[in-house]
Design a protein around this ligand. Sequence first.
Ligand code: NAI
Length: 267
Amino acid sequence: MANNLLQGKRGVISGALDENSIAWKVAERCVAQGATIVLTNAPVAMRMGEINNLAEKINAQIIPADATDMADLENLFGKSVEILGGPLDFVLHSIGMSLNVRKKKDYTDLNYEWMQKSFDISAISFHRMMQTLYKMDAMNDWGSILGLTYIAAQRTFPDYSEMAESKALLESFARSFGYHWALKKQVRVNTISQSPTKTTAGSGVKGFGEFYDYADKMSPLGNASADACADYCVAMFSDYTRMVTMQNLYHDGGFSSMGMNPAVLGL
Ligand code: NAI
């Protein structure tokens, strides 16, 4: 399915940790569609080294950046514009991590320092990225910025814990900054609300396996895969979606519109 939908476009993709990462698939799909990209991830993620295999495969450079560090982000976007030969047409924020979930703290016993760090990594980093790009004037006219989110921002999924609030914040930043980006450069900002997906971040949530199966049954089309999410990201980076902005877009096989699915009850 290579239609050169992103021919000539330049982009930065964060969050490819290993080949299960949603960002990994997005990077592959964007390049297959004609884009040239720069990959980025936290310096600690570099140590795993798998991102190097991706970079080699798609002929992309990697610029390490902690998404909570403004100097790293300035370096990231400054160098990306230099390497790619001009301002960016698209940026993917695919970053999430909860310290309280990782340290198995119950929602009724959260550590607030960890919570603030979780919000910074998972949500405020989206604002940090957009503000850095804005001040550096590093986006092209009619560019597209995307973040990845989950329906726990709207509904309660107890084991998702403080990530629910992280996602609510992330989605709100897309709406608020989307206004400013529209005025500045006709750049659109959206979040894609993805089905549960078997990745490092996803599998960190307690009971993920059972929950994955439940969501799969509840969704008439089944869970959306990481590959399908990558296709949707390509569509959102392409010129076919120029007037879509400040939206939270469900990519979930219909999960968000279901009340009850007989399949869940085995009927
Ligand atoms: P992943 O674990 O492959 O990706 C998360 C990435 O965040 C990793 O590459 C990690 O290195 C990066 N990261 C963590 N701290 C960082 C920092 N300080 N600076 C820069 N990067 C940092 O998992 P996945 O699932 O691909 O996650 C990508 C996005 O998709 C996240 O926002 C996640 O919340 C979201 N999402 C995931 C779903 C799932 O079930 N896996 C469902 C809906 C949304």
